[in-house]
Design a protein around this ligand. Structure first.
Ligand code: FES
Length: 95
């Protein structure tokens, strides 16, 4: 099972392969900011992918458009639009 590790302090969590990143974090009591409930509109769920970005599903054209609109730098992903295929390390400013 893929492992999600955190840059700051939190213990790592194991998730089902292919799990939606935002749902997997919420299921493990890790908060993820959102005001659109995962509809790829608000951009608040953006996380820093510190390691293992290749273990996430590919960025879709809609996610790329949203990240351009929100001026999100590379190395970040919308958690609501990413599936976890392998081990990753993530961070958020509010953790
Ligand atoms: S939760 Fe709103 S864009 Fe991901």
């Amino acid at each position: 099972m893929p492992k999600i590790s955190f840059v700051k302090g939190r213990p790592a969590v194991e998730v089902e392969e292919g799990a939606n990143l935002m749902k997997a974090l919420l299921k493990n009591q890790v908060p993820v900011a959102s005001s659109c409930k995962g509809q790829l509109i608000c951009g608040k769920c953006v996380l820093t992918i510190a390691d293992g970005g290749h273990n996430l599903s590919a960025i879709t054209p809609d996610e790329r458009d949203l990240m351009e609109i929100k001026d999100v730098p590379s190395g970040h992903r919308c958690a609501c639009n990413a599936s976890v295929e392998g081990d990753i390390t993530v961070d958020a400013p509010y953790w």
